[in-house]
Each structure stands twice: as C-alpha cells, then as structure tokens.
Design a protein around this ligand. Structure first.
Ligand code: ASP
Length: 609
C-alpha cells in the first residue's frame, strides 16, 4: 500500500512538469507523467517526463548521493510511455546544458525515487514524432496513444476553449442550454438517416436526428425564446475529409428575431472566439451576398473571398457575336462567362492541360481562352481569331485583364458554367497562392432558392430544409414560378467552406402545409410526418429564426486542419468505421431475434460500408 502524505498518496504529484522554472531550484518535488524519451549516457539516465503541461528533464545519476540505488534500477527498466511518479530535487542545469526550446529548459530534476505506475507495451507508432507519418487507421485504433501527442492534446484543448467561450457568451445573452432527444423521428436536412430498431414493437424505428431542428422550433413555441445546444447531429452520407457520420453543431434558435438579429449575433460570436483563440485575420463586417449574386460573381454559393478573380458574364458583350459556338449557347439559354488567370499566358503545357482536363471533368466540353499581349490586346489563343477586336477589348476591360494574363471561357448551361468556373477559380487561386492561410474571409450568403429540382424524381425538393420562411411576397409564386422563390435563409461561408446554415422559420401552419405539399407530400404524409409541427404552429407559435454553425469546422479553422478527424477525439474512418471500438460490428443472434430483424446479405457488387 502506498503511503499517504496529508490527503495525498506519496506518488501523487506536487507540481506539474511544465510549471518548473529556476525559481524552484532546491525544492523537492514529485511529478507524474509519461516517459517521453529515455536516454542512457554512460550510466546516467535522462528521462524527459511529459504531462499535459509540458516536459521536464529527469536525471538519474547513480554517482550522486541523491539518487538512490532503487531509483537507478527503476530508471534502467523505464521505456517510452511508461507511466511514472518521480520524486527529486529541482536543480539548475550545468551551464551550456540548458535547452532554450523547452519552457523548463533551465532546470532538471535529480531523481531520488522513481515509481513505475504502469509500464507500456511496445508502441505501435512513435508518439514523439509528427502524426503525419503514421498510418491513420493505426492512429485511430490506438487513439488513446495518438492523443498523447502534445499537438493532439492542444487541439482538444482549443476545442474545449471554443466551447467554453461560446457557452459563456450565450449564457450572458440569456440563452438557455437545453438537450433534445437523440432517439427521435426523422427531420429532413438532406441526408440519409440512421435508424434504431425499437425492440418493444418490431417494425418501428427511432431515427437519429440530422439536426435538433424540430425540437428547437418546438422550444420556441414553448416560450423558451433563446435556446442553444452543443448538439450531436447524425447524417448517413458519403464520407469526405470534411465529413463525419456524427458531428457537432452549435445549434441555436431565437424567438421574435429577424435574420438580421441572427447574423449579427453569430458574426460577433465567431469573431470573438477566433480572435481569442488564434492569430487569424478575420475581416469585418462579413461580406453579404445573395445566393444569386454569389452564383453570378463566383459560380458558387460557397465562394472563397480571400481573392477576387470574379467571373465575367460576357452575354451583353457577345450579344451580336459572329462566333457561332458562343452565339448558339447564348441563344439557347446558356451562358458564356470568363475568368482571368493572372500571368496565365506563360503557363507550362502541363498546367494548361490540367485546366482543360478539370473543365471537362466538371462537365464542360473544353476550355476556350485567349492570351493578353504586351499591348493589352487579346492577340493569341484559340478563340482570339473568332472574336472581334471590340468584343475582345470589352472582355479584357471587364475582366481587368493585364498583359501576360490568360482569359478562359466556359460556354455552357448556367449550372455547368458555374460549376466549372468555380473549380477553375479555386485552382487558379491555389496555384497563385492567393488563398492566404492566415485569413478567414467570411461571408453571409442569403436568399437561397426555396426549391430545387430533384434530379431523380423530377419533382421539387427543398434547398435548405422545408421549415425556412419564403421571402415576403414569394408565396405568391408557388404555383406559377416556384424556382424563382427565395427564402429567408442564410449560410455563413468561410474560405470557400460552408460553416453555418440557418433561416427564419415558417411559423404559420398554412405556409408550412403549402411548402410540404409542393415537395410532393400528400395530406396523409404531411400529417404523419409533420402533423405535430403544424399543430404546434396553431398554438400561438412566435416568429422565430435560428442557425447552426459547425463546431468541428470552427476548430478546423483554428488549427488549420483540413481533415475533420484531426479535431474530433474519437472520429470514424471513411465508411463510418471506428477501428478503436471496432464499430459497427455484428450483434448476437438473440439480439436480432428480440428486434424481430433478419439480415439479408447485400447483393454482390454492392459495397458493404
Ligand atoms: N438545422 C439547421 C438550421 O437551419 C441547419 C443544419 O442543421 O444544417 O438551423
């Protein structure tokens, strides 16, 4: 049994590793932590002991009286990542042996006693090395070791700090933090749902929420007025570097609030958190663009505003063009748009080929272009000879193109033109180093369409979620021109990435019913899926609005990570697999029987995960 000193066991730390400085020289201390490295220098053992506050050097020198024989013997068995308690005297390092890279680099602890609290098996990977070199599946299988890396701990700490700041700011503004159910009914946010079979009545299922959307709206009907939650959301969709099957959002909702109130609140909150926790530049106020403006100027509703390179609509310049290819596209409802590539006249063959390949990959037939010569004229390039001098001069001027630039054209349907030019714009920005990592260029994209054409069914689907309030007067278009309808929706976009999505909600049952009908639901389906919402709206539902910024995304901005798995303590691999817990995994036959379920193997060729 370990001895107890006061309230403490004698192995327990009296001080944290990273806290020791010259001022403590002469003090006897106990430190706890892990052997970050162990080095033997001719009988003298050096251990770098690490806890979450930092490293301190331990010296076990059998030639000194202070080091007991026992400590010396223990030190010889210590290997990387053993968990240790070390007692000793803080000493100044000999002149010349200081380590300026270490906060504790002026001192070391001369060990008198070493207790091995727990040894460590041979490591699956080196913890004192950068994670970049380690296979990711192995890192996730041994996530508890991966998280011992100070850089990973730092990410967890930053995430915690961000949540702490968010909570403090929202508490201050009268928001209530309220949990909503995980076992619930589906709420549409555009992804496939995770289902949980209901044991008591086989054939019934709970759905894991894609967002707490309906509950937060119901809380507004309850009179809560200001709600937030650090909410887990579940979406069964294709895995990408920036997606996880379960992720976290700062979910919030406010009654008697307008779009303006939400935008101002979230903008101030995000700026506060970013400025407190990073050195990033975050220009303010955030730019505001309607969806239509963003599509016209950048070909995307997620424009990266760290650089310009706006798209140039050439329709008015080319309205009488003699170039049949462009003329045909324009007269059949298509678009001809241009993008400037600064210095692009000097592209290597391979770089040019990449632009063309990319354009085709995203649906264009090719990439037309001309080059601007030293006189500022579009004299060379495949389309130079097909356009008149006036047309070329007007395009050069509209694109603000300069000598040495390339001007690329995409002529296609509006959707393809936008998609391809957005992609090209990002590539050009990347190649020219215009996307400064230290800047967070945020913008609000507003007034999204209410409906989108569903490619599969040919019917209408919702663009955001079906609870968003159409713009004033736009309900009048629901039968005549639904595509032209716009909603009081807003996305927060940062550096070309969607960060938050929200809207003013529908709080009138007749509007909600009309929208759901337009989405193809009949009255029985509306009643079964959304009857509770409609009923709630009939009980004095207040006008309300909300939003949900991604928390993982926020931390990724803070840490500069592009892989969402880096900022989540226990993330899943592609396909939603968790190599640490080995989940998902088969269940026992009796469990299936209890649930009234039978497994039918997937047909050959269909992917299992
Ligand atoms: N349900 C969210 C909102 O509008 C959006 C989302 O979950 O993506 O508040």
């Amino acid at each position: 049994m370990a001895a107890t000193v006061g309230n403490k066991k004698d192995w327990q730390r009296t001080v944290e590793c990273g806290a020791l400085r010259s001022a403590q020289v002469g003090e006897t201390v106990t430190v706890n932590g892990w052997a970050n490295s162990v080095r033997d220098h001719g009988g003298v053992t050096f251990i770098d002991l690490r806890d979450r506050t930092g490293l301190v050097q331990i010296v076990v020198d059998p030639t000194r009286n202070a080091t007991s024989e026992e400590a010396h013997l223990a030190a010889q068995t210590v290997r990387s990542e053993f968990c240790l308690s070390i007692r000793g005297t803080v000493s100044a390092r000999v002149p010349g042996a200081e380590n300026p890279n270490l906060a504790t680099g002026e001192i070391e602890i001369k060990a008198a006693r070493i207790e091995i609290l727990n040894p460590c098996r041979t490591l699956p990977f080196q913890i004192d090395q950068d994670q970049a070199g380690t296979n990711e599946e192995l890192r996730l299988k041994y996530r508890y070791l991966d998280l011992r890396r100070p850089s990973m701990y730092e990410k967890l700490r930053l995430r915690h700090e961000a949540v702490r700041l968010i909570r403090a700011a929202l508490y201050e503004q009268g928001f209530l933090e309220i949990e909503t159910p995980i076992l619930t009914k589906g709420t549409p946010e555009g992804a496939r749902e995770y289902l949980v079979p209901y044991r008591l009545q086989p054939g019934l299922f709970y759905v894991l929420p894609q967002a707490p959307q309906q509950f937060k709206q119901l809380l507004m009907v309850s009179g809560v007025e200001r709600y937030f939650q650090i909410a887990k959301c579940f979406r069964d969709e294709a895995q990408r570097a920036d997606r996880q099957p379960e992720f976290t959002q700062l979910d919030l909702e406010m009654s008697f609030a307008t779009q303006e109130d939400i935008l101002n609140l979230v903008e101030a909150l995000m700026v506060q958190v970013i400025e407190a926790l990073s050195e990033k530049q975050i220009p303010q106020p955030f730019v505001r663009l309607t969806y239509d403006e963003a599509m016209a100027r950048y070909g995307s509703d997620k424009p990266d505003l760290r650089f310009g390179l706006e798209l140039v609509d050439c329709a008015h310049i080319l309205q009488n063009t003699g170039f049949a290819v462009f003329q045909n596209i324009l007269s059949s409802g298509g678009q001809v748009k241009a993008i400037r590539y600064p210095g692009g006249a000097k592209l290597a063959r391979s770089q040019m080929d990449e632009l063309v390949t990319l354009s085709k990959e995203f649906g264009a037939k090719g990439l037309a272009y001309f080059l601007v010569d030293d006189e500022g004229n579009a004299s060379r390039g495949p389309v130079a000879k097909f356009l008149s001098n006036e047309e070329k001069a007007a395009i050069v001027a509209a694109a603000s193109a300069e000598p040495g630039d390339l001007v690329g054209f995409i002529a296609d349907t509006p959707a393809t033109t936008a998609k391809v030019l957005d992609r090209l714009r990002r590539l050009i920005g990347e190649r020219l180093g215009l996307a400064d990592r230290n800047t967070l260029a945020c913008c609000w994209i507003t007034d999204f369409p209410v409906f989108e054409k569903d490619e599969e069914t040919g019917g209408w689907t919702y663009a955001h979620n079906p609870f968003s309030m159409p713009n004033e007067g736009h309900m009048a278009l629901i039968d005549t021109d639904p595509e032209a309808m716009r909603a009081q929706t807003y996305d927060l976009v940062c550096n070309g990435v969607e960060w938050a999505s929200g809207s003013v909600r529908i709080h009138k049952p007749d509007i909600q019913t009309a929208i759901l009908r337009k989405l193809g639901l009949d009255d029985a389906q509306i009643e079964a899926r959304f009857g509770h919402m409609l009923q709630a709206f009939e009980h004095g539902a207040p006008p309300h609005a909300g939003i949900a910024p991604g928390l993982d995304r926020l931390v990724m901005f803070l840490t500069d990570d592009e892989n969402i798995r880096e900022v989540i303590a226990f993330p899943k691999m592609g396909g939603g697999f968790d190599p640490l817990m080995n989940a998902p995994s088969p269940i026992e036959a009796y469990q299936l029987a209890e649930l009234g379920l039978q497994i039918t193997p997937k047909p050959d060729g269909e992917k299992k995960v």
